[in-house]
Design a protein around this ligand. Structure first.
Ligand SMILES: Nc1ncnc2c1ncn2[C@@H]1O[C@H](COP(=O)(O)OP(=O)(O)OP(=O)(O)O)[C@@H](O)[C@H]1O
Ligand SMILES: [Mg+2]
Length: 191
């Protein structure tokens, strides 16, 4: 199984390739509906309908180096395997939103993976990118927003190793403070 964070890396790469200057990643884990919903929204160039309508089919790509695009089709398959689905909203000049749902506790649902590593990797390669990450789990919320950080600190050199490590740890501790995942290991509460 491919971790969700690796799919997010693909989606963010697509957004960057589409010239986005701002991307938001929203993940919501909701035990009540047994859903994990991932949304990636960008302000890039968007897709013409002929691409948009087939973006989850293999073999649709606008890249020239290779004739198949696989990122989005694989993601749609992974979602449908867990009783979820994938959808896209996009038009030229209006950006793109990809929404993917998974069955939260479905046995075939991939683990979240290392979201901090994904975000830090994208930021290190694209230090100008405005990246907003919100992760909600059962009433808890973790936020990482490069615009908020830049407002406090000025331009941040995200490619600097020290800065990247700091960001990685900040994202990890935000996620660690969320309520325990329903599908995660049962923890000894100290009794
Ligand atoms: N966020 C986006 N904004 C604009 N166009 C997009 C976006 N995401 C995907 N696309 C379009 O959909 C096509 C298919 O995307 P997909 O990620 O499946 O393959 P790819 O990016 O072409 O190749 P790969 O991901 O394997 O390097 C892209 O070539 C691009 O034209
Ligand atoms: Mg791609």
């Amino acid at each position: 199984v491919r971790e969700i964070a690796l799919h997010v890396l693909d989606l963010l790469q697509n957004s960057v390739e589409a010239g986005a200057s701002r991307v938001s990643v929203d993940i919501t884990e909701d035990a009540a509906t047994d859903r994990l919903v991932l949304e990636v929204r960008d302000d890039g160039r968007g897709m013409p309908p002929r691409i948009r309508d087939r973006v989850f089919d293999p073999f649709v790509t606008t890249r020239r180096t290779r004739r198949v695009g696989l990122g989005l089709p694989l993601l749609a398959v992974a979602a449908r395997q867990t009783g979820g689905d994938a959808s896209v909203e996009s038009s030229p000049g209006r950006g793109t939103t990809i929404t993917v749902s998974f069955g939260l506790t479905h046995l075939d649902r991939a683990p979240l993976g290392d979201m901090a590593a994904t975000l830090v990797t994208i930021l290190a390669a694209n230090p100008q990118l405005k990246l907003h990450y919100r992760h909600r789990r059962d009433g808890g919320e973790a936020l990482f927003d490069t615009e908020v950080i830049a407002n406090q600190m000025g331009a941040v050199p995200w490619g600097e190793p020290q800065v990247a490590l700091w960001a990685r740890d900040a994202i990890r501790s935000g996620l660690a403070a969320l309520p325990d995942p329903v599908s995660g290991p049962v923890r000894d509460k100290g009794r």
